[in-house]
Design a protein around this ligand. Structure first.
Ligand code: AMP
Ligand code: SF4
Length: 478
């Protein structure tokens, strides 16, 4: 969520709870189940009705918090955040939730997504005298809200949210209330749940299961939800704009047991795999998926193609996501540490390997060569999304154009580079049809910008990247 142009995008998860005696513990469990959305830092802010207390740190949720830390966070309301950032901006100050205390009020904010006009807003605020403590977009939101100095009213908070452009799913603690808001295009998922007399808000519904909450509904684009002693009060800070929910949430990012926009992610991925088997069939002996995010799709591919699904790759669970490694060399080693082939399954076989995406090509190249080294006769790569040719400015790290293999090479060149016997991607149309369950009436609008280059918003701060556009146009041949 930083406003820096290159590579500071973050994928994050947010959680909030209202009216639970162990709000910090609930938040800990919620964040733990959202850990896949960010492994670099975690934080919790609790409110006991009088004041807000904060605890945060670098690392996994289990590394940042232990029982004694949670015991020192008393209160019945809490918000929490897990954070992922790619390069550079790893400072402690940027770990969320951010907490702002003044003599008259306290406010805490946690945010998932990326603003595309944060730099502009920040410059304007600095010109007016604001002094920033962090490089996070989230602080821009807080400064907008606090501008004027007095106790922020809902009217002022809503007016501030209206100035933001991009993707934002926000939870806030303010004045004894838990507030949730979603950007007018609904680009990131955000849901409301209930457990007993408590309410919970989470980036993904998998966080509800772990705290025993029932799913109530999704927060709507442009919606502003205030939860307090009067219950849940819904209003809108903005008219909903054209819906643009991130397709990568379905394809890669969300956990298979989550529901996004009413659809179970495992089911959707299985259907994507099935569709791929229809559009790009291949004669083979076994189908395997890249763990964990592509297992569901591989099962679907196997079912539709009637080629047996096998466990051809094993994941070492104690290695973080390869993307986190900053240099290409470390990323390559990361893939080797993370995945191992099951020799007995692939030896002498024609293998279909299903994955959700190719970004830089590191994972696919390593997997193909690992499978071949383990004796696979042929390796056919099937991807359940279209080629990623454009950077994402909305909070998913899909890297810059110069690093994106599909921005620089055709499908055939990519196939050659990764050493596969064949390589096929799902088309945007096929992917969207699956996500919409082939039901036009359900077409809720998707962001496809990293595939098509059609960004659903103005990209403001990022429009200074013409060299990236040139690069992707010059070299894009597929
Ligand atoms: P790469 O090795 O750079 O081609 O990255 C592709 C692999 O990273 C795939 O196996 C995906 O499951 C995974 N992936 C795709 N998008 C992202 C992302 N935004 N952040 C982290 N990993 C990703
Ligand atoms: Fe998601 Fe791609 Fe859009 Fe980014 S550009 S929000 S990753 S669909």
């Amino acid at each position: 969520m930083s406003s820096d142009i290159k590579g500071l995008n973050e994928e994050c998860g947010v959680f909030g709870v209202y009216n639970h005696v162990q709000a910090a513990h609930m938040t800990y469990y919620g964040l733990h189940s959202l850990q896949h959305r960010g492994q670099e830092g975690a934080g919790i802010v609790v409110s006991d009705g009088d004041k807000l207390e904060q605890s945060k740190g670098h690392g996994l949720v289990t590394e940042v918090f232990d029982e004694s830390k949670l015991a020192h966070l008393p209160g019945q309301k809490a918000i929490g955040h897990v954070r992922y950032s790619t390069t550079g901006d790893k400072s402690y100050e940027n770990i969320q939730p951010l907490l702002f205390q003044s003599q008259t009020n306290t406010l805490s904010v946690a945010h998932n997504g990326n603003l595309v006009n944060a730099s502009r807003l920040r410059s304007a605020l600095e010109d007016e005298g604001s002094i920033f403590q962090t490089t996070s977009d989230t602080e821009v939101i807080a400064h907008l809200i606090r501008k004027g100095g007095k106790q922020p009213s809902h009217k002022r908070i809503k007016a501030s949210l209206k100035q933001l452009e991009g993707a934002f799913a926000i939870v806030m603690l303010h004045d004894n209330q838990l507030i949730a808001a979603l950007d007018p295009r609904g680009m990131r998922p955000l849901s409301l749940g209930k457990v007993g007399d408590s309410y919970v808000i989470a980036s993904e519904t998998c966080a509800f299961d772990v705290v025993g909450a029932d799913y109530v509904r999704d927060i709507q684009p442009g919606e502003y939800l205030v939860i307090d002693e009067n219950g849940v009060n819904s209003s809108y800070f903005s008219e909903p704009n054209d819906r643009a929910i991130c397709t990568m949430e379905y394809v890669y990012f969300a956990r298979p047991d989550s529901q996004v926009d009413g659809d179970n992610i495992h089911r959707t991925r299985k259907q994507l795999g099935k569709k791929l088997a229809e559009t790009d069939p291949v004669e083979a002996d076994v189908v395997t998926g890249v763990p964990d995010s592509s297992i569901s799709a591989a099962i679907g591919f196997a079912e539709a193609s009637q080629i047996p699904y096998e466990l051809g790759l094993i994941k070492n669970r104690y290695v973080g996501r390869t993307f986190i490694q900053p240099s290409q060399e470390l990323r390559e080693r990361g893939v080797r540490m993370k995945l191992s082939p099951v020799r007995k399954v692939v030896e002498g076989m024609r293998v279909v390997i299903v994955d959700d995406s190719i970004v830089r090509g590191t994972t696919s190249r390593r997997i193909v060569s690992m499978l071949k080294e383990a004796g696979a006769k042929e390796v056919h790569v099937r991807i359940t999304a279209p080629p990623i040719k454009h950077p994402c400015f909305y909070g998913i790290d899909t890297s810059t154009s110069s690093e994106l293999i599909a921005a620089n090479y055709s499908v055939e060149e990519t196939r050659e580079k990764i050493g596969a016997d064949s390589l096929c991607y799902l088309t945007s149309e096929a992917m969207v049809n699956v996500i919409d369950r082939d039901d036009e009436s359900k077409n809720q609008g998707h962001c496809l910008a990293c595939f098509t280059g059609n960004y659903p918003t103005e990209i403001y701060d990022h429009s200074v990247l013409p060299h990236e556009k040139e690069q992707s146009v010059e070299h894009s041949t597929s």
